[in-house]
Design a binder for this molecule. Sequence first.
Ligand code: TXA
Ligand code: MG
Length: 321
Amino acid sequence: MSRSQTNTLGNRVVLATATAITEAVRLIRCGGLVAFPTETVYGLGADAGNSQAIANLFLVKGRPLSNPLIVHVDSIDFASALVELDTRGMALASRFWPGPLTLVARRRPSCLVSPLLGAGLDTLAVRVPAHPIALALLNKVGCPIAAPSANPSGRLSPTTAAHVASLLSDTVDLILDGGPCQVGLESTVVSLSSSHATLLRPGGITTEAITDLIGPLIAVDKNALCLSPGMPAHHYAPNRPLRLNAYDIYPGEVLLGFGQVPRATLNLSPLANLKEAATNLFAMLRRLDQSSIAAIAVSPIPASGLGAAINDRLRRAASSY
Ligand code: TXA
Ligand code: MG
């Protein structure tokens, strides 16, 4: 098995060759934890039917058991064997899967995933990721893979294998290196468990694209945490304080720019392209967070399209201070 450079540091990063994917399949079948790339962020995967593996996954992430996990599968047919996808669900799945959309729907009685991963809810979150390595892994392993983002709970999601290694290296069995994630933000989470489709988390598929297909979405409010248990206000947090909508740089700060901002230390997208900004967001926050500055200022970012998800992550990251 060819190992990438990071492995000399003593962690378990391997290039995602066919041999490495076969090893990942073996580990998952034995109840192990494997980090793998998706188009959004790296996930930390375990066999969704193995309660011991799922318990270990919660432990390694330091994630409260009250925050349910997303189950990944390789096809719409597999997803509809687990949950009841109504006409809205089928329309969304046909249009956006494989892709950065997670659907929360009522779990079928025949759905044999571990009761631990659903946090006691009668719903299940499912998604088909659009990444050849994730799809190859899912296809070969043949079981649904539960995979939260591969970071300690509450911290920035990893968009490279090296990020995963720096966050979780000793506690996972294998990290499949598939290069940087293209979308860079987690999937959009939509609940279809009631007659009102609800946006639980903005993400890689824009709200506009979803409403074009199934009509308006209800936005989840702060009081509906039972609907969206994993969305505490502070989340996705760097260690340094964050100041949003910044036009100036205060003493001790560096600027994370967007658009034509000459004094930016790093720029999410000099040409103000939201897709590029989303791809760069977590990696650039992480780089600035490692420098010796006191705080990170961030240029204003438009709220439309992918800007909604970018601003959501920035607000959550800023709210912990
Ligand atoms: O892009 C992504 O979605 C990545 C990649 C790895 O697929 N995964 C990810 O997982 O971001 P995680 O665990 O970090 O976020 C899952 C979100 C949480 O906010 C959780 O509360 C919510 O989905 N969720 C999961 N199951 C749910 C359910 N049954 N009802 C409501 N929300 C649910
Ligand atoms: Mg996460």
